[in-house]
Design a protein around this ligand. Sequence first.
Ligand SMILES: [Zn+2]
Length: 87
Amino acid sequence: MKIKFNCPACDYDRMEEILSDVTQASVIVEVEPDCAEYGEHSTDGGVIDRFQCVGCGWPILDDLNSEITTYEELYKWLESNDMLIEE
Ligand SMILES: [Zn+2]
């Protein structure tokens, strides 16, 4: 299902998944003495830490005020807040 997220805190319309314990590989395109510019990224492993608003970082919480960390809980939360779009 597509999402029509609407942040309860700031009205922003995009949400993101935050992963921890990720191994990330990045293609290096250019390098300078103090930084690098990257091409493609890929990630391996990782655990969902939370889902949050892209705009303000507001975390999506369950009924017990704990951060939601599974797609099943996220789906239910979006469904109960009328943020899923039937295709
Ligand atoms: Zn927000």
